[in-house]
Design a protein. Sequence first.
Length: 100
Amino acid sequence: MAVQLPKFKLDCRKCSPIQKEERGCVKNSTIQDAWKLDNWVFQRCPLKLVTEKSFKYIEAYNFYKGGFLPNPGSWMEQPVKFIEAVSFIQGLINKEGKEK
């Protein structure tokens, strides 16, 4: 899900208080199926469901795809969590590509 969030182009600063209520920013939305993304349906704003750590891993993945590693050294000298996150994100991207 976090990998797909850019499709929404969300920016909390642009939501009015009424929009925040309708979109499920503080509590579940009163609107049925307020958010739909492919096979996912949410009653809360997706930005509230994805942790900051997830966003950090996606950012690190984008740097990795650009040829930059988060720590000095080679691929094998990177933290295991980073390698697992990159593999997981790439797997989701591959899966999405196959489904289309």
